[in-house]
Design a binder for this molecule. Structure first.
Ligand code: GRF
Length: 203
């Protein structure tokens, strides 16, 4: 059973899909904490309403955030972190405290269309502008850089000739909601093995 902390910044549809998967027993986990960098993230309100312990970092000076985060995660027994639309880098101290225990979901097929500044609409704009015929979603391990770290799971969607960033984003988001709980379940089942920069799924 994973004791999950989910980090969010925005609307929280991935948080809700993870929460649903837990309720429906498709994911052997408990969401024990939700962290946001913004006080008014809708995802934080959802978590509060569900009775999940929440923490907003917005009023905390950056230098004090790593300690506050580690204390909060420890106090709530979190042993795994899922970033779900979290717009900030995870402090190095937290990355070090959760080795191979932090994942992120990105709305494109990494290592293409990722990195600093590649978030939200911009990702889908770039995919369409590139002429790529497929896009998709990627779940990957997190390190101190944006959108880097070994890939756990990817799933593709077709890019249609008449796609706008919005229509493509919606198609990718549907896939995100499927693969994020599936990828987390691989960790719950201890099937994930990291071999240098690759991930092997056992069994
Ligand atoms: C998703 O597209 C995710 O891939 C990206 O940020 C978005 C978050 O959406 N990292 P939501 O807050 O989960 O609805």
């Amino acid at each position: 059973m994973l004791k999950l902390a989910v980090f969010v910044s925005g609307r929280g549809s991935n948080l809700r899909s993870i929460h649903k998967a837990v309720k429906e027993r498709r994911l052997t986990a408990q969401i024990v904490a939700v962290v946001s960098n913004l006080d008014d993230a809708p995802a934080l309100a959802f978590a509060s309403n569900e009775g999940i312990a929440v923490l907003s970092l917005e009023q905390t000076p950056k230098s004090e955030q790593p300690r506050l985060l580690l204390d909060f995660l420890g106090a709530n027994g979190a042993d795994f972190i899922a970033l779900a639309g979290y717009m900030k880098l995870v402090p190095a101290e937290v990355v070090a405290a959760f080795p191979h225990r932090i994942v992120n979901i990105h709305p494109a097929l990494l290592p293409a269309f990722g990195g600093k500044g590649m978030y939200g609409r911009r990702v889908h704009e770039a995919v369409i502008a590139s002429g790529a015929k497929i896009s998709g979603a990627t779940v990957h391990l997190v390190d101190e850089e944006y959108d880097r770290g070994p890939i756990v799971m990817q799933r593709t969607v077709i890019v249609h000739d008449d796609d706008t960033p919005e229509t493509l984003a919606a198609r990718v988001l549907e896939v995100e909601h499927v693969i994020y709980p599936e990828a987390l379940q691989l960790f719950a089942d201890r099937r994930v093995v990291v071999v240098e920069n690759r991930i092997i799924i056992r069994g």
